[in-house]
Design a protein around this ligand. Structure first.
Ligand SMILES: O=C(CO)[C@@H](O)[C@H](O)[C@H](O)[C@H](O)COP(=O)(O)O
Ligand SMILES: [Zn+2]
Length: 197
């Protein structure tokens, strides 16, 4: 296959993954936005974590809350647990990589806070331990997953929300995760500050 055909195929695969995810994900995204809005209205915050591309997604989400999304509005409280290299390397070095998020959650998480836990496989050990720590801290979990939801799916409580992309490729799942994050930012702004029309 020549390179332009390959690029075309990747675009079409991404579009088709999003098309297939649309109706499946809509009610879960709506529920997740309500969980987040309720937390923000109660002066609670959102912590976010994930590995690799999902670490980037966690930071993308927290920066849109802390700074802005598409309109002028007050800063909203969110923390990406993926950015402090001193904290992450010391926890990984002294304990284990599986604890890099959970130890931060045990320090920073408060009852009523939300954990945005991102993993395309649902099987990353440090994200799984983050969910367990969040539950111990009486936080609600919004999980962005893919494939069969992995071990993360079976850990979630009835008040948690899983947004599971019906796809197998990590890259395609990540592309939908980013769209979900932008949907959440849009819905949070609308519910807190009203629609602009
Ligand atoms: O971005 C990509 C692949 O598109 C990679 O960096 C990917 O995020 C990493 O391999 C992650 O470690 C995968 O973890 P997960 O999504 O299974 O939790
Ligand atoms: Zn990637």
């Amino acid at each position: 296959m020549d390179m332009q055909s390959r690029i075309r195929q990747l675009f079409l695969d991404s579009i088709e993954t999003k098309r297939q995810a649309t109706e499946v994900l809509i009610p879960h995204i709506e529920m997740a936005s309500q969980v987040m809005v309720n937390a923000l209205l109660s002066e609670c915050k959102i912590l976010a974590c994930g590995n690799g591309g999902s670490a980037g997604d966690a930071q993308h989400f927290s920066s849109e809350l802390l700074n802005r999304f598409e309109r002028e509005r007050p800063s909203l409280p969110a923390v990406a647990l993926t950015t402090d290299s001193s904290t992450i390397t010391s926890i990984a070095n002294d304990y284990s990589y599986n604890e890099v998020f959970s130890k931060q959650i045990r320090a920073l998480g408060q009852p009523g806070d939300v954990l945005l836990a991102i993993s395309t496989s649902g099987n990353s050990g440090n994200v799984i331990q983050a969910i367990q720590a969040a539950h111990d801290r009486e936080m609600t979990v919004v999980a962005l997953t893919g494939r069969d939801g992995g071990n993360m799916a079976s850990l979630l409580l009835p008040e948690d929300v899983e947004i599971r992309v019906p796809a197998r490729s990590t890259a395609r799942i990540q592309e939908v995760h980013l769209l979900v994050i932008h949907c959440l930012c849009d819905l949070i702004d609308r519910q807190l500050f009203g629609s602009e029309e």
